[in-house]
Design a protein around this ligand. Sequence first.
Ligand SMILES: Nc1ncnc2c1ncn2[C@@H]1O[C@H](COP(=O)(O)OP(=O)(O)OP(=O)(O)O)[C@@H](O)[C@H]1O
Length: 286
Amino acid sequence: MAAIQLDDVTVAVALDAPDAGPSPRPASKVLLDRIQLSLTEARIAVVGANGSGKSTLLRLLNGLVEPTAGAVRVDGLHTVRDGREVRQRVGFVFTDPLSQLVMPTGREDVELSLRRRHRSRSERSAAAQSVLDRFGLGALADQSVYELSGGERQLMALAAVLAVEPDVLVLDEPSTLLDLRNRELLRRTLAGLPQQVILSTHDLDLALDADRVLVVEHGRIAFDGAPAAAVSFYRALCAADATPVRSADGDQARGHHARVDPARVDPAPLDPAPVDPAGRTTAGGS
Ligand SMILES: Nc1ncnc2c1ncn2[C@@H]1O[C@H](COP(=O)(O)OP(=O)(O)OP(=O)(O)O)[C@@H](O)[C@H]1O
């Protein structure tokens, strides 16, 4: 497995000119805050609320997003300085397949992925056919990508990235558009891959297939550990968020700032396993 190291990584973006006035907006927004992670497990899932920072975290891994501070290394390669080598090792599958499929048909897209690996056109074509067949996409290979269903496109985008056999596969919400059957196909496919797989998902069953799950909350790692405990933590976090709380003046408000103590999350009834004995369960970083 590859060793991916995030050393004290912060990602911040500049916002439009802050308004002057009694409560001026900040000039920048922190998307990820001092993340310290060592990612070596074969299957890692990242869960968290919309806007919590999951995609930003994944995009760091192949240099699509650059840290504002700190560094990300893949097998010792720096994602900014050694971007090209890192991208050859780390394949990235986007949530929206149309931002990835650039050729008119799936076959052409997979062949484009394979252009460096197979110089001969006939070899390239045979290799593309074999990849497409593996995903049950052979019959759709010559159809316009715009005529494919969302799920078919998503599988096509995955096939095009896997065609070059990266060492690490990073997938941003890969099951969003898939029906139950294709979700199962995706789960089986991911389970059988030799690559290290790191994915973000709102599909908690997919997260439970992983060896390790990170819960991202407001740009920080709120929990890092065994899947059942992480999912229980995340459910508790969402429940706390959704629970109306009474403010001091008696008004009801949503408990957006409710704290869930990771050490006190009961993983039952999903799995009675205790929180990861490796002690990676942390609040606000790992
Ligand atoms: N370039 C940018 N400029 C300003 N804000 C940004 C930028 N990129 C991301 N953000 C903000 O950063 C936060 C994290 O975004 P990110 O896409 O990482 O979230 P996410 O957890 O993947 O969300 P989702 O589950 O909805 O896909 C969001 O509030 C988003 O609006």
